[in-house]
Design a protein around this ligand. Structure first.
Ligand SMILES: [Zn+2]
Length: 145
């Protein structure tokens, strides 16, 4: 969350708890705790907090609004290590590597078809092992056949 996000969040909280003070210190402290979290998730947690009857007269603390949430960094880490299978070649890989792989993989599948039609003996691994420059030269050469 940005400072602006935290400021807006506090304005939201104040519509329910009008006696919440309006000070820079309060804003700074909330920002210090909430800055590593996603604004939409914190706002959702405020909705949940507000929906609980016994919270009617209890001003939320920033800690109440990050319960069960992952920090932005934790989310990114978990995405990096999340394993997916390419739906073209079925190889497993991390989500972080998927987009780059998929671009190359779909190009290779396309080239293999064209090159084999022309009687050129080539294997998936031959094209997969090329660096980007070499691969692009071959791709440009055959793609329009
Ligand atoms: Zn693949």
């Amino acid at each position: 969350m940005s400072e602006e996000d935290v400021y807006r969040l506090l304005e939201r909280v104040r519509t329910y708890y009008q006696h919440l003070s309006r000070s820079d210190e309060l804003c700074d402290e909330w920002f210090r705790i909430l800055k590593n979290y996603e604004v939409s998730e914190v706002n959702e947690n405020l909705d949940k907090y507000l929906s609980v009857e016994r919270n009617r007269n209890r001003i939320p603390m920033p800690q109440d609004l990050i319960q069960d949430l992952w920090t932005i960094e934790e989310c990114q880490q978990s995405q990096k290590s999340y394993i997916v299978n390419c739906n073209l070649c079925k190889r497993p890989m991390t989500l972080e590597n998927y987009n780059k792989h998929y671009d190359r993989c779909s190009s290779i599948h396309y080239l293999l078809q064209i090159m084999r039609l022309q009687g050129i003996e080539v294997e998936y691994k031959d094209l997969a092992s090329l660096n980007d420059n070499k691969f692009n030269v071959i791709y440009e050469k055959y793609k329009d056949y």
